[in-house]
Write a protein that binds this ligand. Structure first.
Ligand code: F6R
Length: 251
């Protein structure tokens, strides 16, 4: 893989990020209709997925050949991965926001299991059999996490069960207006960093401080998203997240 710095594309607002992200995803799918895409949930990419769905409905885009790969899922200790029909399931959210509206037929998911090692090994084998990740579509956690790779998550960290940080528990409870399980399964940093391309979507003033650390701070497992700077990643960020529209890195 060619090692380059991140390519930052500043956009005026969240809708601009969604349009630019949809353009980039659509272009990749047009180049390779059998693209394998790692799919974040969370609030940030929802406008992007809605724009892709609009294009699919309008007959401008066909995503039927894409393989959509789950990024993460909550884990209830003593029970296992949340079932897709649990209203808080990230697989359920990914189905409703990406798989169904985009007409995606092939998926790789964690699946139901009470054995974290087994479910992660099955997931990794399926990703490998699919030829790895062509495109990772990612959001930025309030503490710099990617997926649920909580700080510290080194570049070699694998697919695993992890304890959620206090910050992630708080930010995720907002999605459901109720508490989420204290643990999760996450695609490891190793898989994310080996993706052939990655898009990191960042919107809103609440992401400003963490985005500054991602772009300008040291590359460190303490800010897992900072590790994206070693691979060909495009960061699409709005002015609110970048702060006053000033060029990043300038005093
Ligand atoms: C979701 C995920 C998380 C989110 C991140 C940002 O599948 O993996 O890493 O992308 O927490 O969430 P939002 O977009 O809600 O700010």
């Amino acid at each position: 893989m060619v090692k380059t710095g991140p390519d930052l594309q500043p956009l005026p607002d969240a809708q601009g990020v969604a349009q630019a992200a949809a353009d980039r995803i659509a272009a990749r799918v047009q180049d390779n209709p059998e693209l394998t895409v790692l799919v974040a949930t969370g609030l940030t990419p929802m406008a992007t997925y809605a724009e892709l769905a609009r294009r699919v409905r309008a007959g401008e885009l066909d995503m039927g050949g894409v393989t959509a790969v789950q990024l993460d899922e909550y884990w209830q200790p003593g029970e296992g991965a949340l079932h897709g029909d649990d209203p808080r399931s990230l697989w359920g959210w990914m189905q409703r926001s990406f798989v169904e509206p985009l007409g995606v037929r092939r998926t790789i998911r964690f699946g139901d299991s009470s054995d974290p090692l087994e479910v992660c090994a099955r997931y990794d084998a399926a990703v490998q059999a699919a030829g790895g990740i062509d495109l990772a579509v990612l959001g930025l956690g309030p503490n710099g996490h990617l997926g649920f790779n909580e700080p510290p998550s080194p570049a070699h960290s694998g697919t695993r069960r992890i304890d959620l940080s206090t910050e992630s528990l708080a930010s995720n409870a907002v999605y459901w207006h109720q508490a989420v399980p204290p643990q999760a399964l996450t695609t490891g940093m190793a898989t994310i960093l080996s993706a052939r391309a990655a898009l990191l979507l960042v919107t809103g003033a609440h992401k400003r401080a963490v985005l500054d650390r991602v772009l300008n701070g040291p590359q460190t497992p303490e800010v897992p998203a900072s590790l994206l700077r070693t691979v060909g990643t495009v960061i699409l960020a709005d002015e609110a997240a970048l702060g006053s529209g000033a060029p990043v890195g300038e005093p």
